[in-house]
Unconditional design. Structure first.
Length: 294
């Protein structure tokens, strides 16, 4: 692989960037996909488009055909979508928010819900779902509490594990990659503000906030983990080698894919100010353990 081809596998592109007037643009695919691409971001759930299921599948197939026929290495891309309470797309089934699913205290129901989401995602050509949220929510002021499975780490771990198993299925051939997020302690932010710093002891971090992720890795076999936006003790999660490599990979033995939250890498420059430009931000994230900028 050339250096450009290697770098291309580390990034994603919005599906809408490949379209012009609602149709795929050959010129844009040549411009953005000539060296391949790691992931395609949200065909069905793109905020710039209204794409019905059949059309989403057609677009996904056309992009994959271009990658496997027109690029040198012929590597297909991973298509990812949001699927927190159902596939985020036109015509998909809408299920209760995560906090409502957890309120059933019934992991089997959650697994069935995730299995339905998996079938609908596979039907449109998607391979990865950006869920479940494994954040333990300990501050009701946090504006994303409804995305979580609640305040109890054991419940979050059990329900989250069931969601992962339902979404991933029995085999990668017919399953969808689950993505446990946001690694870690996103639901314990200062003042309940999204992306605000987290102040937590190592004991509480491990016993409460890391616990559902550890269960997801060791028991549920989650294929992907997504970093959180915030910092812990002054170190952004997106550039924390202690979290993304030390604990996740070396201690827990995680062998899957670590993806960034949207714009999390760029935020090392614009929000955390630990990098002076995008290049330095990318280096920090990559060396810490992020595999793909989603």
């Amino acid at each position: 692989m050339t250096l450009k081809e290697k770098i291309a596998q580390l990034v994603s592109i919005q599906a809408s960037d490949l379209l012009e007037n609602g149709d795929l643009s050959v010129e844009r695919m040549r411009r953005y996909l000539q060296d391949g691409i790691g992931q395609i971001t949200r065909i069905a759930g793109n905020r710039h488009l209204v794409v019905k299921p059949r059309r989403a599948a057609e677009i996904a197939n056309a992009i994959q055909s271009y990658l496997t026929e027109k690029t040198r290495l012929r590597i297909p891309a991973i298509m990812h979508e949001e699927c927190l309470s159902g596939l985020m797309g036109y015509g998909a089934t809408v299920f209760p928010q995560a906090i409502g699913l957890a309120s059933t205290w019934n992991p089997a129901i959650v697994s069935d819900v995730a299995a339905t989401i998996r079938k609908q995602m596979r039907a449109i050509g998607a391979h990865q779902g950006l869920a479940p949220v494994l954040d333990v929510s300990r501050d009701p002021r946090w504006g994303r509490t409804e995305e979580s499975f609640g305040e109890d780490p054991y419940l979050v771990a059990r329900v989250g594990g069931s969601y992962i198993r339902g979404l991933q299925g029995m085999s990668p051939k017919d399953g969808v990659i689950a993505t446990g997020k946001h690694f870690v302690a996103h639901g314990f932010s200062e003042g309940g503000r999204n992306s605000a710093p987290v102040h937590v002891s190592m004991r509480e971090l491990r016993e409460v906030f890391l616990y559902p992720f550890e269960v997801a890795v060791k028991e549920a076999g989650v294929f992907s983990i997504m970093n959180a936006y915030h910092e812990i003790d002054g170190v952004p999660c997106a550039s924390s080698s202690e979290l993304l490599t030390g604990i996740l990979r070396r201690e827990w033995g995680f062998e899957g894919l670590v993806v960034s939250d949207y714009n999390a890498v760029r935020r090392l420059q614009t929000f955390h100010h630990t990098a002076h430009d995008g290049e330095e931000a990318a280096i920090q994230a990559f060396e810490a353990g992020i595999d793909v900028e989603s």
